[in-house]
Design a protein around this ligand. Sequence first.
Ligand code: DNO
Length: 358
Amino acid sequence: MKMTFRWYGEKFDSVKLWQIRQIPGMTGIITTLYDTKPGDEWDADAIARMKKTVEDAGLELSGIESVNIHDAIKVGAPERDRYIQSYMNTIRKLGQADIHMICYNFMPVFDWTRSDLAKMRADGSTVLAYDQEKIDRIDPQRMFEQIDTDSNGFILPGWEPERMAHVKELFEMYREVDEEKLFQNLVYFLKAIMPVCDEYDVNMAIHIDDPAWSVFGLPRIMKNKADLHRLMDAVPNPHNGVTLCTGSLSSNPDNDIPDIIRSLKGRIHFAHVRNTRHTGPGQFEESAHYAADGDLNMPEIVRALVDIGFAGPVRPDHGRAIWGEVAMPGYGLYDRALGSQYILGLYDAVKSERGREA
Ligand code: DNO
């Protein structure tokens, strides 16, 4: 596995590439053209500049998170073919630039959802948290306003103000879309783009729904092992794969993450590794990556990734806000740097164990 760090670009991120470079074992960057909107066709020069910036800092551009999908594709609107065409053009340009992994999600309206962006812990650090009861009491438009106000002046991924200005219309678009329709629209999209992915060897890696259940009555289709396998089987091309996000899967404690990892051998193209702590039914908070700080069996998760021979990019996922850092919630430097070292420590331990067994 290759250790990577998510970075939003010079204009949008408080973290600098030179800082990321100094994290031991860090080889790559996961980034995006953060000022593109879902549906935009990416510009080849902008891709080249983004890549050069990363490489000039001594790092590799290991993949894109995300090339977001236009809602017309998700709802199966008549204009979807036009948007699929422009998505294919973007894939082509990324492939030509030697970028071979795209993370995306197929969640309606909202990307990930949290009720709290800065929940205070006993140690004075703050974390992202989710409480279904709070979500049930809030109107989606208010939810966006709250997220926008609490995000330290940063635009959060998937919560672009331009889209959120139309929350009501977006909900309207999804009125007739149930889980089955959404799934069929995803399959339609993937079948259409697979020939370009084959030609340019680009891996598509769908992100798990976060949290892994329906929010605001909207359909969610990437929630568990069965959902993932249904999609892998519906489009059996190896370029159709998964972003194995441990935090999102763990929102539902019934998900056995090491088992899911082992069952997806060859189809995991990207891994987000983080830990969460359940505080009640439908309630969790993100914790430090260190296993004992949360509920996840982190050593077993890393062991499962080694077992399936996972060689793709992995990144520490959301970190706590610590040491007074002001950053995009979840995306500061310090705790993610700590997280990466913990994951690498587990990885080294598993590898050396294996060496002794061999
Ligand atoms: C949140 C992220 C998501 C993720 C997208 C992938 O912090 O995990 O925004 O990047 O769902 O498209």
